[in-house]
Write a protein that binds this ligand. Structure first.
Ligand code: PLP
Length: 264
């Protein structure tokens, strides 16, 4: 008889649901499946959403977030965590409580505003993310809107991304990946820094507009590659390659912005 198969690496996403299947928990779990890890989820909020935007948001009770997290960690165990949409200050604080003392890589994607301009981090939640969650991050992965929300810095060129990285590192994450995809130009350049070393990751800009779920996908792929044993610079390179492929394969769905594709 052959021995039982070894358990795959286990990765947990703590994030919101996108009913349209393009971003959030759904993008995270698709990425995890594609990268061969066992994906698990702690749902923070449910959104009614499609290719045109977010039509409603319902936060889950803090008790439900704590119960999901406890159930997964106590029995199955996790080798990396990714956080995404946290919604409210209360939930961001709850997630920070839960992650404190968990000794695995944590990727914090400080999801702030959707591509359609919907507010996914309300009230004083950005302050809680900045003061309580960023210090727990192995890597924080803000885009330039999130940089502005968290630090007040408006980045207009790649040089400005350096100052943004330094300002974010002062909040306490071990590494920061400042994503430059919102800058104009023919390439998408992201800057990884831990304050001592910096590394740029560059990819040609894909002309397609179906990019819903890009940030969730990158952060999830990064968590997967950290769980699989890569160091941070290598894991970022692999995650960037994954999301670049997923963007190139993005497809139309509904009347608005379609999702990136995980089957490329
Ligand atoms: N909905 C949820 C639940 C999300 O987590 C996110 C991003 O993280 C979005 C929507 C927005 O995705 P995008 O900005 O790629 O459209």
């Amino acid at each position: 008889m052959s021995p039982p198969p070894a358990a795959p690496a286990r990765v947990l996403t703590v994030a919101g649901s996108d009913s349209g299947g393009g971003a959030g928990i759904q993008a995270d779990l698709k990425t995890m499946l594609a990268l061969g890890v066992h994906g698990m989820s702690v749902l923070t909020a449910v959104t009614a959403q499609n290719s045109l935007g977010v039509h409603g948001i319902w936060d889950l009770p803090e008790e439900a977030v704590r119960a999901q997290f406890g159930a997964v960690v106590d029995d199955i165990g996790v080798q990396a965590v990714k956080t995404g949409m946290l919604g409210s200050a209360a939930l961001a604080g709850t997630v920070a409580d839960l992650l404190t003392g968990l000794d695995v890589p944590v990727v914090v994607d400080p999801v702030g505003v959707s591509k359609h301009g919907d507010d996914l981090l309300r009230g004083s939640a950005p302050e809680v993310v900045r003061t309580r969650l960023l210090p727990l991050a192995t890597v924080a992965t803000p885009n330039l809107d999130e940089v502005a929300q968290l630090t007040g810095i408006t980045v207009t060129d790649q040089e400005g991304m350096r100052a943004a990285a330094d300002a974010l590192l002062a909040c306490g994450p071990r590494w920061v990946l400042v994503k430059g995809g919102h800058l104009p130009g023919g390439e998408c350049a992201d800057l990884l820094s831990d304050g001592r070393t910096e590394r740029w990751y560059r990819a040609p800009r894909h002309p397609g507009r179906h990019t819903h779920g890009t940030g969730c996908t990158l952060a999830s792929a990064l968590a997967c590659h950290l769980a699989l044993g890569h160091d941070v610079p290598a894991a970022v390179g692999l995650a960037k390659a994954y999301v670049t492929g997923a963007i190139a394969a993005g497809f139309p769905l509904g009347a608005g912005i379609g999702p990136v594709d995980h089957g490329w």
